[in-house]
Design a binder for this molecule. Sequence first.
Ligand code: DAH
Length: 337
Amino acid sequence: MTLQDLVDLKTAALEKAKTAANAEALEAIRIEYLARKGLLPKVMQELKDVAPEERPMFGKTVNELKNELTELIKSKQAEFSAGGATGAAGFDLTQPGQWQGLGTRHPITQITDRITKIFQTLGFTVADGPDIETVWNNFDALNTPADHPSRDEQDTFYLNNGDLMRCHTSPVQVRYMMGHKPPVRIISPGRCYRRDTPDATHSANFHQVEGLFVDENVSLADLKGTLSYFARELMGPDVKIRFRPHFFPFTEPSVEVDFTCHVCGGKGCRVCKNSGWIEILGAGMVDPNVFQAVGYDSSKVTGFAFGMGIERITMILYGIHDIRNLYENDVRFLSQF
Ligand code: DAH
């Protein structure tokens, strides 16, 4: 074999590989040239018979052929197995598609939407606020005393610039009232952050819905009527609510609101620790100090506010026992709802 024969062989081999129609053809070319009994090993054996002055060039060309052909086959193989730019040759366009499955809305989103709709039927609109808040919006304007434990670094995430990750949705009340004159009728769902150690009922990141109603002559009876309606719409017509005295800095008087137990209907069972009641939210009449902070005249308007945890309600409604299930994004879990 002369050097010219070899060069021709090289040209032909590369051309064949370049135009191979599919993976099988490519494999046949590989075997023809590169396999142990293929053409290239045979050519190498002929090296000793090549004219001495052609020998170095001959050796070099054999090596080039081997490397270039190997590379070309590799890249074409990848192309074919990826479905390939070669269209019908590498990819069967008539094959039925693969169904990837349809997602569902996350349970927290579903319950947030349900809660939102209920209050929208009462004329509440949705207001939004940022996750990063000022200390003033999150605590001061909400009449939270300087030594209140929730201000501790152990409880609230502070940023280097002195702002914080809001620990409740209540600062949206402040933002909204600063920007709007009464009457006010808003709810505000959103994310909150607290320095909690995760367990079955705690997560450092969770969701709340805030509510605020401000107008002339708003009373505690309005609050009770509103929340009774909400409870029935959410849990069914038989649910009852009760107010228990409580303390929140931003409301006076303040209450915690219980619903009759969703499991026993109020008779008493393991879930409600035999009380017949389940605590669902906090509420109260807006403290005059909050009105003063946002520039409202508390001799003219009164209002009620409330706040509830969305995870807790989601877990009750769907019978979920561990809050962490809601954040793991395990499709086997999420697709049940
Ligand atoms: N911000 C309270 C919390 O995170 C919940 C709350 C209670 C909100 C009473 C209110 C309210 O607006 O009136 O625990």
